[in-house]
Design a protein around this ligand. Structure first.
Ligand SMILES: [Cu+2]
Length: 326
């Protein structure tokens, strides 16, 4: 099992550790010799517990659009909704892992789910929607699965995973295949998908290639509309959207996804990255359910803006701060 991924992959495994250690001491050298030429010997099965839960979300908690000097009443920016939340094993307690906190994920936007090429993912989903009492699902981009784990509602074709009723559970079985390295969205694809996505039922998978080192800093930028605002991770305007932090010398990775009906252009001031073909770039467009990640080694201290460069979106909140310390 890999240890480089932040956060436990299986909760409650501790009591079995001593037995496992003894077994490992006896069996591992034999296995290692047998499997030495196999590249994916480090692959893991990662269990993730997620629930759809009612919540009340304020996209503008400081009540201000600082750039335009406008202010908002809480009633204009706060609405009840249903969102994905990570839980401990068996959905006992809500959980937000440290890397999710640093990435600005796991609040309105669902958990940032990390894996590595070769891993198996078991996403245990429970529908706790007592707000609207609707069915929900999880549909994942970029990974491999059988139709039964597609999480899509299609009459006469879908199984239980496409329409998980309130109070019910379903486990999606996914594989991070050879082409899965990168960042991918997931979202509700059940009968309630339009209303659910508009309310925040989406999130990101971040899948590392085999042998790839994780960046020192990883940030999530989820572009989506919300009740007339244009949000990043469910927040609108500088002072509400995530403030991402790094130091000169850090490798930084930006995970960018878009949900909803509109096209966006991701832009970071004072920085460039390279396309897969090697061309320098400082703005990249994406449409609904598209996603990408960009990386660079930080060399530019200061306080910078990141934003969607569709100017009406920027004016409606799709803008944030990026701070680089020396
Ligand atoms: Cu935009």
């Amino acid at each position: 099992m890999r240890r480089d991924n932040v956060g436990p992959t299986c909760w409650g495994a501790r009591p079995r550790r001593r037995l496992a250690r003894g077994l490992a001491a006896a069996v591992l050298p034999v296995l290692a010799a047998a499997l030495a030429p196999v590249a994916d010997a480090g692959a893991a099965t990662r269990h993730v517990w997620v629930a759809a839960v009612p919540t009340t979300w304020n996209a503008v908690p400081n009540a201000r659009d600082a750039l335009h000097g406008a202010s908002y009443a809480a009633a204009e920016t706060t609405f009840p909704t249903v969102a994905y939340r990570r839980y401990t094993r068996g959905w006992r307690k809500p959980l937000r892992l440290p890397y999710e906190r640093r990435a600005g994920a796991g609040e309105l936007t669902g958990p940032l789910i990390r894996a590595r090429v070769g891993d198996e993912l078991r996403i245990h989903f429970k529908n706790l929607d007592t707000l609207r009492g609707q069915a929900h699902s999880m549909h994942f981009h970029g990974v491999e699965y059988e139709p039964s784990s597609d999480g899509v509602w299609l009459p006469l074709h879908s199984g239980k995973g496409g329409r998980v009723a309130p109070g019910q559970t379903f486990t999606y079985e996914l594989t991070a295949g050879a082409g899965s390295a990168g960042v991918w969205p997931y979202h509700d694809h059940s009968t309630s998908m339009e209303e659910s996505i508009a309310g925040g039922m989406y999130g990101a998978l971040s899948i590392a290639a085999r042998g790839e080192r994780r960046a020192d800093r990883e940030y999530l930028v989820a572009f989506a509309p919300w009740h007339g605002f244009q949000t990043i991770n469910g927040r609108a305007f500088v002072g509400n959207t995530p403030v991402f932090q790094s130091r000169v010398g850090d490798t930084v990775q930006w995970d960018v996804i878009a949900m909803g009906d509109e096209f966006h252009t991701f832009h970071v001031h004072g920085h460039k990255w390279r396309t897969d073909g090697g061309t320098p770039e400082d703005t990249r467009g994406l449409g609904p359910a598209e996603s990408f990640r960009v990386r660079w080694t930080e060399r530019a201290p200061g306080t910078w803006l990141y934003h969607c460069h569709v100017e009406t979106h920027m004016a409606q909140g799709m803008i944030g701060l990026y701070r680089v310390r020396r």
